[in-house]
Design a protein around this ligand. Structure first.
Ligand SMILES: NC(=O)c1ccc[n+]([C@@H]2O[C@H](COP(=O)([O-])OP(=O)(O)OC[C@H]3O[C@@H](n4cnc5c(N)ncnc54)[C@H](OP(=O)(O)O)[C@@H]3O)[C@@H](O)[C@H]2O)c1
Length: 214
């Protein structure tokens, strides 16, 4: 058993699908885990609201790792773009993480979630594409800003996290497109996240976890 995370504090943003799974995996690895949600109740961080970030940073004090799983996707063709939803999408993936870096004392690493759509332009995915691409660039630049604290991004392909429940065609199409012949599983993500939190020579990088999709 690898006990390098034992006793370390991990703040996970996002109390839903992958956020919950990452929190459980980090807890099982011996970390002391805090989960922040933008919904009321418990530790509250809304990445659209800097005051909630500052308040949580003051409440928790220094943390070893921060993992941001937040997303507020706005999938719309350019003619139907909603400005407020576009700003919210950038808050979750880009501006919010910069503010996390501003307010939190992070001792070891910051991990941002990107996504494969950032590298695969298609009509209707301009906001999700640009925000996910920008998350990877944010990791690269924050790595220089926060050094020697490490900053990386994880860019998953389609993951059967629960977010696609009711849309089996998404998972079926993903299985056809990957080289490994299946969509991603939650354990694929949690294993990679734990590795990235422990990987002390990895910074400024984006890991593409997408089953070798061509
Ligand atoms: N599942 C996939 O196929 C897939 C593929 C590529 C990339 N990803 C990325 O992986 C990450 C997690 O995905 P998921 O499948 O777990 O989807 P999800 O359940 O929709 O996760 C999104 C999270 O964002 C949080 N959130 C939303 N607005 C927020 C805000 N204003 N402030 C703070 N938190 C906010 C939500 O948590 P609360 O409601 O608790 O705040 C939720 O846990 C996302 O960044 C997503 O883009 C997923």
């Amino acid at each position: 058993m690898d006990n390098r995370l034992a006793g370390q504090t991990v703040l996970v943003l996002g109390g839903r699908h992958l956020g919950t799974a990452i929190a459980e995996a980090a807890t099982a690895a011996g970390a002391k885990v805090h989960v922040a949600s933008h919904r009321p109740g418990g530790l509250r961080i809304d990445l659209r609201d800097e005051a909630t970030i500052a308040a949580a940073a003051a409440e928790l004090g220094p943390v070893d790792h921060v993992v941001n799983t937040a997303a507020a996707p706005h999938a719309a063709p350019i003619r139907e773009l909603d400005r407020d939803k576009t700003v919210d999408a950038f808050a979750a993936k880009v501006i919010g993480p910069l503010l996390l870096a501003k307010h939190f004392t992070i001792r070891r690493s910051l991990l941002l979630f990107s996504g494969q759509v950032g590298w695969r332009p298609a009509r209707g995915s301009v906001v999700t594409g640009v925000t996910n691409g920008a998350a990877a660039f944010a990791a690269r630049h924050l790595a220089a800003e926060l050094a020697p604290v490490r900053v990386n991004a994880l860019s998953p392909g389609i993951i059967d996290s629960g977010v696609w429940d009711g849309k089996p065609e998404v998972l079926a199409n993903a299985a056809k497109r990957t080289l490994v012949g299946r969509a991603g599983a939650v354990a694929d993500v949690t294993d990679t996240v734990l590795w990235m939190l422990r990987a002390e020579f990895l910074t400024g990088e984006t890991i593409h976890l997408e089953g070798g999709r061509p």
